[in-house]
Ligand binder design. Structure first.
Ligand code: FES
Ligand code: CO
Length: 337
């Protein structure tokens, strides 16, 4: 499959339905219904003893969002308008106006979606997923000696592809994050090799950074990038003294021009919780610098045909590889390079 331009967006949307996407933090999903959007589908999430349920947020009776209703003690969700109840498979189990034991029409159901929980997040797939959940660099999410913080949802007015592309882009650091992530704007980019992996991409570089809580000035940092198609990416930074920082972006295509994403901040130093805020504040400072650029990029949807933009060697190596990765969504695995 070749995804050529924004005009073919529906095709890419059909493919994206078959991947896991993070839709909420686990902490935000409770017995109170929560509305989220994924690929323009309104979803209601709620938690009971069995785990998290995800249903289409649209009562079949009169089109009321089920998220305006409530979860009953027997684990069904009850519409707030006329009280119809649905179980976790989306089947209507009770229509109050018909009384207990009243027959329920077979068509009285809403769509149910697959959910799972991992990394402090609730993930949802609209159709049977064709790839596993993304993993963490060297499985460090589960490793002792690490402190991980998963931040609340960020919502940007841009496509998920643009948001991830910005995270992977190295040559903007000297301009957008000058004095923080890069030292000057003499931003000559060395040769950059990108590896295609079974899950996406891997590349690395060695570079100093100006002033971050992750390193000391002058540290020559080993930066590793791990991309999981379509919208998860991690940066692992290792200092010569062994300080490891993992910055993770887990994005979810809310709609073609809106993205909900989650940020994971992991570190193997200063692991006491009282240090968290310093890393969180730093993240938001950097992230705001990116947002004012990314939300204004046009077209909002990332072009996956390389002919639609201009690319330069090395500096754009990761960006072009990422565009190819998105263009390959939906290709049978044996046809991937
Ligand atoms: Fe939901 Fe009537 S609209 S029960
Ligand atoms: Co940036």
């Amino acid at each position: 499959m070749v995804v050529g331009s924004a005009s073919q967006a529906p095709q890419i949307v059909r493919e994206l339905r078959r991947y896991w996407h993070p839709v909420a933090t686990s902490a935000s999903v409770s017995g109170t219904p929560l509305h989220v959007d994924l690929l323009d589908v309104g979803i209601v999430l709620y938690r009971d003893a069995q785990g998290v349920t995800a249903l289409e947020d649209l009562c079949i009776h009169r089109g009321t969002p089920l998220s305006l209703g409530k979860v009953t003690p027997n684990g069904t969700i009850q519409c707030g308008y006329h009280g119809w109840q649905y179980d976790s498979t989306g089947a209507c189990t009770y229509i109050p106006s018909k009384g207990r034991g009243g027959t329920i029409p077979r068509k009285a159901r809403v769509e149910a979606f697959l959910t799972t929980e991992r990394y402090g997040l609730v993930w949802c797939a609209l159709e049977e997923p064709r790839a596993p959940l993304p993993s963490w660099p060297y499985d460090e999410w589960d490793k002792a000696g690490y402190r991980h913080v998963m931040l609340d949802a960020h919502i940007w007015n841009s496509s998920a592809g643009r948001v991830v592309d910005n995270f992977l882009d190295v040559s903007h650091l000297a301009f957008v994050h000058k004095g923080i992530l890069a030292t000057d704007d003499e931003a000559v980019m060395p040769e950059q090799r990108i590896e295609r992996t079974p899950y996406g991409l891997y590349y690395c570089r060695k570079e100093t950074e100006a002033a971050t809580p992750h390193s000391d000035p002058g540290d020559l940092i080993f930066w590793e990038y791990f991309v999981y198609s379509p919208f998860t990416a991690h940066i692992k930074k290792t200092t010569p003294s062994g300080r490891e920082t993992i910055i993770s972006l887990l994005a979810s295509p809310t709609s073609a021009k809106k993205t909900t994403f989650f940020f994971g901040l992991g570190r193997n130093y200063q692991t006491e919780p009282e240090h968290d805020q310093k890393f969180i504040d730093f993240h938001y400072d950097v992230s705001e610098q990116d947002r004012r650029i990314v939300e204004q990029q046009r077209p909002e949807e990332i072009p996956t045909s390389l002919r639609e933009e201009l690319h330069v060697k090395d500096a754009d190596a990761a960006s072009t590889a990422y565009r190819r990765l998105l263009a390959d969504l939906g290709a049978p695995p044996d046809q991937l390079p």
